[in-house]
Design a protein around this ligand. Structure first.
Ligand code: PLP
Length: 397
């Protein structure tokens, strides 16, 4: 392995050369079943032919023109993405390149919205303990996990944290005089695949509406169909109707493997950004947009989304049926699944990779927190591949 990389990752001992569907092949042509999708990125699997075609065709035309200008490719993608998020209340968007960048834009929108309407001092963004919002200094400040904060302060001011699913704490934290926005992962990913409760989501929607605090969902991991609906929060209700958000952030799966992020805004916040307020050099780049178009065309379809739900339920039911002594809980939505185990997750990931040497193929898993395995398989995974992966998982435990 290459040694010039900074040592900021714990890497597994495998070097990949190519992929096909749900499989990756290492430089020795050994095969691995991919239950991680590059952390929820390759939602259509590897080298999905329509995606490859869209990317290569656009790359042959132009890769970027800057936001001095528009391209039809980015405009068509933007329109389709806003339409896909319209059930969640979205009206406009900004296209960037990553999750952290999208969340930064969301926080800028909340602060400016509040400043224009209420004046200074109302700038706090409330997030959850155990949340993960990205690795920039400001998104570390937004992330409610102390171990990410060590060594990197001082941080951006104006973030506070409450425990997830604690309605009393939420009610207390959402102070109308100081809080501009509430930023929630609908399903917490990094810290263990934890969906928010329906009561908490309903209270969040109600309190934000009553107090004119922007309700913002970080769906960077759980959005774009991962949970069986295009946006995960569509499955929650307020006042008997599906919840509508003020701001939503997306990235990871958005362009099926290319870097892309988006911040979307609803009625209240759609026009908060004015000329000069925000930009990103690579943002809206047409190659990522062309890829994103294929993702939207494929994923945002009721039959396709129903399959994600079905496959996820199948996986959870299968794991529960093992009654495995090493597993204390399985939870999730769609193809976003967390498995609490009786040991550290990392050695299980190592063993999954090592299987490729004794077995016909290895299994690629992710961790979420210390003792939770996280499964984020591609949406296109077949039933047979699910069975193959689960058989190996059982063996590993
Ligand atoms: C991955 C992730 C981010 C950060 O995205 P990057 O593209 O790595 O900046 C933010 N929020 C959530 C919920 C994520 O899963």
């Amino acid at each position: 392995m290459n040694n010039v990389f900074m040592k900021n990752f714990h890497r597994l001992p495998v070097v990949f050369a190519r992929g096909e569907g749900s499989w990756l092949f290492d430089t020795n042509n050994k095969k691995y079943l991919d239950f991680g999708s590059g952390i929820a990125v390759n939602c259509l699997g590897h080298a999905y032919p329509p995606l490859v075609k869209a990317i290569t065709e656009q790359a042959a035309k132009c890769c970027q023109v800057s936001n001095y200008y528009q391209t039809n490719t980015a405009a068509a993608f933007a329109e389709k993405l806003v339409a896909a998020c319209a059930p969640g209340g979205m009206k406009s968007l900004f296209l960037g390149n990553s999750g952290a960048e999208a969340n930064e834009a969301a926080c800028k929108i909340a602060r400016k919205y509040s400043l224009k309407k209420y004046g200074p001092g109302r700038h706090t963004i409330v997030t959850l303990q155990g949340s993960f919002h990205g690795r920039t200094i400001t998104m570390l400040a937004a992330t409610g996990q102390d171990h990410f904060h060590k060594d990197f302060g001082p941080f951006t001011e104006g973030f506070s944290y409450i425990p997830g699913n604690d309605i009393a704490a939420l009610e207390k934290a959402l102070d109308q005089k100081t809080v501009a926005g509430l930023l929630l992962e609908t399903v917490q990913g990094e810290s263990g695949v934890r969906p928010l409760s329906k009561e908490f989501m309903e209270a969040a929607a109600r309190l934000c509406a009553e107090r004119d605090i922007l309700l913002m969902f970080d769906e960077i991991q759980c959005g774009v169909g991962r949970t069986g609906s295009f946006l995960a929060f569509e499955q929650y209700h307020y006042n008997g109707k599906p919840i509508k958000a003020d701001v939503v952030t997306l990235a990871k799966s958005l362009a099926g493997g290319l870097p892309a992020g988006a911040v979307l805004a609803g009625e209240k916040a759609a026009d908060v950004f004015e000329v000069g307020d925000h930009n990103s050099t690579f943002g809206g780049n047409p190659v990522a947009a062309a890829a994103g178009m294929v993702v939207l065309e494929t994923v945002n379809n009721p039959a396709f989304l129903a399959e994600i739900t079905r496959k996820g339920e199948k996986i959870i039911a299968a794991i529960r049926s093992w009654n495995h002594p090493a597993i204390s809980e399985v939870r999730g939505r769609g193809l976003m699944i967390g498995i609490d185990i009786d040991r550290e997750a990392w050695p299980v990931l190592e063993a999954g990779v090592a299987l490729a040497h004794e077995n016909q193929y290895g299994l690629l898993l992710l961790a979420a927190g210390k003792k939770t395995l996280r499964l984020l398989p591609p949406y296109t995974i077949s039933d047979k591949e699910i069975d193959q992966g689960l058989e190996l998982l059982k063996k590993l435990l």
